[in-house]
Design a protein around this ligand. Structure first.
Ligand SMILES: NC(=O)c1ccc[n+]([C@@H]2O[C@H](COP(=O)([O-])OP(=O)(O)OC[C@H]3O[C@@H](n4cnc5c(N)ncnc54)[C@H](OP(=O)(O)O)[C@@H]3O)[C@@H](O)[C@H]2O)c1
Length: 291
């Protein structure tokens, strides 16, 4: 039995789709969800839905009974990044207690000198989870997933076609963006093939891109000029405030922009291509699909 956590989320639901596409029977898949009311489409496909919360240890031990392999989709807790670490540790502990044999964890791409990055707190949470998992005694595979291509329209702004400008303080820094669905497909590949125990995979694209290149690709697709302005952080933040963007999001945008400026996610690797058996979707292909 394979259990997928975060199964009503975007990554977990796609991972389940790909497990099914790879021929895993619905009766061999179970899904951990917080709210079973959102899981009708899983139930309708014959997947066992188990209620559980990353913060509720007993619910996890109960949900993990009879599970051999676990896909641990990392938490999206927005209160404090330390909450995520505690939740991940809860899941690993509970899995061990329930006698789960193998855990695949969705981590985030990381360079060795990540402590200087603007996203160091996130990186640190993943590093701590990885360390806990590696010493847990449960077999594991760590997926250091690259930044999602799906973040680009969020960073570029929903009105980019109207305004003709992307405001984002990422300088000319580059990042290796990957399609979330292809990362989910890779997770399903790992859960259904042999030889991945105790491996740490960096799953990124084979080219990194800057926001100048992203603006050019969006402009090409829309048939109009789209410019890119990397504003000073203070100016960027005050403009976002003027546009009514909530403080939490302004902080997030700034953090991710600076991480891109610093090259934190500029990691190239062809492991994902090997798992997919084809080239991962590029930034230009993604832009052509979305805009
Ligand atoms: N690589 C990247 O660029 C990138 C970008 C964003 C996020 N991430 C990370 O990757 C993860 C998966 O991405 P995604 O796009 O699938 O995010 P998502 O759609 O927000 O899904 C996150 C899932 O985690 C579940 N979850 C969160 N807290 C939980 C808790 N306390 N107990 C039980 N379930 C809980 C959510 O449950 P509900 O469905 O009930 O809300 C949701 O199903 C994120 O959670 C985040 O850690 C990576």
């Amino acid at each position: 039995m394979i259990l997928v956590t975060g199964a009503t989320g975007k990554f977990g639901s796609k991972a389940i789709d790909h497990l099914l596409k790879k021929g895993v029977r619905p009766s061999e898949i179970s899904a951990l969800v917080r709210n079973a009311a959102n899981a009708d489409n899983l139930k309708n496909r014959g997947i066992e839905v188990k209620a559980g919360d990353y913060t509720d240890y007993d619910s996890l031990v109960k949900a993990f009974q009879g599970v051999d392999k676990l896909l641990l989709v990392s938490s999206n807790d927005r209160q404090a990044v330390e909450n995520r670490t505690a939740q991940h540790i809860n899941i690993i502990k509970a899995a061990k207690e329930a006698n789960v044999k193998y855990i695949v964890y969705t981590s985030f791409v990381r360079k060795t000198n990540f402590e200087d990055s603007s996203i160091a707190a996130f990186q640190n949470s993943h590093a701590q989870t990885e360390a806990y998992l590696r010493s847990s005694g449960v077999d594991y595979t760590i997926l250091q997933n690259g930044i999602y291509l799906e973040m680009i329209p969020i960073f570029a702004g929903e009105k980019v076609a109207e305004t003709g400008v992307i405001l984002f303080p990422a300088g000319e820094g580059k990042a290796s963006y990957v399609l979330r669905e292809e990362l989910a497909e890779a997770a399903a590949h790992i859960l259904t093939t042999q030889g991945h125990e105790r491996q740490i995979y960096s799953l990124t694209n084979s080219a990194s891109v800057s926001f100048s290149e992203i603006a050019k690709a969006i402009g090409y697709q829309l048939g109009k000029d789209i410019s890119y302005e990397s504003l000073d952080v203070d100016i960027f933040e005050s403009k976002m405030k003027q546009f009514g963007v909530p403080d939490l999001y302004i902080g997030m945008f700034t953090m991710w922009a600076l991480a891109q400026a610093q090259g934190t996610m500029d990691v190239l690797n062809n492991t994902l291509e090997g798992f997919l058996g084809r080239k991962p979707t590029t930034m230009s292909q993604f832009i052509a699909q979305v805009y």
